[in-house]
Design a binder for this molecule. Structure first.
Ligand code: GLV
Ligand code: MN
Ligand code: MN
Length: 413
């Protein structure tokens, strides 16, 4: 199969999948357990079956396609990424990696490569955590880290829990633990993904070899004050939740900057309740997402946030809750698999660069417990999590070539 044909197949799949968005013409919005998620999963099932894979959707909404090896009892090689998106996101984040994995399976079959162990293509559900403020729902379930209590605990901003959303989607959340794979059944995980940052595009580099992924903590913080009339309540007699919250929020970026090592902290969501122009806010809810290669930096910023919340809520006579939605430590990726991909880049004369990932990925969750590696493909101008996100199909096809080399080595040795 010539590289132009691989480009054509990848383009065909991704162009088709672009349709499955809740915001047509305004980027990809494919939240977990929605109609668009169902459409994408059904399409993935179809192309996996056409590629000759045995297809299965699990209790968490993940979709897997297996190319059987001669000894299916050996730990499998798994490759994939996620099919959900953020709101008004791009058409490549996550799904491009799933399609590269499907393409790898097609190539293995077409070239008559006889795997000794199973090759499993994975399309994970709810990596982004966009809807419930969490992250890595599907890959975490595969690793046995999700249970009914987890599904009942986290809710979207309309108050719908993961548990309820799964039921409406046609999955039984009481069976969530059935999504866990037996220990030892997965040998390693490989994820191709768009870079979502500017390094490769700026340097005209074709392939990124990812050596580590940052750790992340996410919180939903609620500051409680008291609702009052905005015109009649004197400034020293109000319990303004917005005043306390914003005094904390405004300091968080500088605490990250002080670390001066790439640590980042973001408040991407703020809501006031009841939310009226002439009402002192009773509550202010906001999120914080903190990331660093150095876990101590994350913990330090969390400590500072809670100390500042103690201080500022005391000043208004209010209170707060700090709900941890995600805690995940940084991971180093597999040197062995990186070396194989480096050799492949050299052999095909693809330019490459080692780089860390500031974005979270299913590989971050899976890399906590299994040998894992990631490959990045350039993102135009580094833009991502927005509708202008763009990656060339020809670059994804180069990634598929490297992925095939790695898969062939791992499956036949
Ligand atoms: C996912 O893209 C994340 O890094 O939040
Ligand atoms: Mn992603
Ligand atoms: Mn993303």
């Amino acid at each position: 199969m010539a590289i132009e044909d691989i480009v054509g197949r990848i383009a065909g799949d991704l162009e088709h999948l672009k349709r499955y968005t809740a915001t047509p013409k305004a980027g990809c919005t494919r939240l977990p357990f929605t109609k668009e998620a169902r459409q994408a999963v059904d399409y993935l099932k179809t192309i996996m079956a056409e590629a000759g894979l045995e297809v299965k959707e699990d209790a968490a909404g993940n979709v897997f396609g297996t190319l059987a090896g001669s000894d299916p009892t050996l730990p499998c090689v798994m490759m994939g990424s996620h099919y959900d998106s953020v709101v008004h996101g791009g058409d490549y984040d996550g799904i491009a990696g799933v399609i590269c994995a499907v393409e790898t399976a097609r190539q293995l079959k077409e070239r008559g490569i006889q795997p000794k162990r199973n090759f499993v293509v994975a399309g994970f559900c709810d990596e982004e955590g966009m809807r419930f403020g969490t992250g890595y729902f599907g890959s975490g379930a595969m690793l046995g880290k999700r249970d009914v209590a987890y599904c009942k605990r986290f809710r979207d901003t309309d108050g719908i829990s993961i548990y309820e959303a799964m039921q409406a989607y046609g999955l039984d959340p009481n069976r969530i633990e059935e999504a866990a794979w037996p220990e030892g059944s997965i040998g390693c995980f490989i994820e191709a993904h768009i870079e979502q940052g500017p390094m490769l595009d700026a340097g005209n580099i074709e392939i990124g070899l990812v050596d580590c992924i940052v750790g992340i903590q996410r919180y939903m913080i609620t500051v409680n004050g008291r609702a009052d009339h905005a015109g009649t309540t004197p400034m020293d007699m109000r319990m303004d939740a917005v005043e306390a919250a914003t005094k904390v929020i405004s300091k968080i970026p500088d605490w990250a900057r002080e670390k001066a090592d790439g640590t980042v902290a973001t408040t991407g969501f703020i809501r006031t309740i009841p939310g009226g122009m002439n009402i002192v806010a009773e509550q202010c809810e906001f999120t914080v997402d903190i990331r660093s290669r150095n876990n101590d930096n994350i913990n330090d910023i969390v400590r500072r946030i809670s100390a500042a919340l103690d201080r500022e809520t005391e000043a208004i006579g209010g209170s707060y809750e700090m709900d941890n939605k995600l805690t995940i430590t940084p991971v180093n990726l597999s040197q062995g698999m990186l070396s194989v991909m480096e050799e492949s880049c050299k052999e095909h004369a693809f330019s490459y660069q080692y780089l860390p990932s500031g974005a979270g990925h299913d590989a971050l969750e899976i890399g906590q417990v299994l040998p894992t590696v990631m490959l990045f493909v350039p993102s135009k101008d580094g833009r991502s999590h927005c509708p202008v996100e763009f990656t060339r199909y020809s670059d994804l096809a180069k990634a598929a070539v490297v992925l095939l080399d790695l898969a062939e080595k791992l499956l036949t040795e």
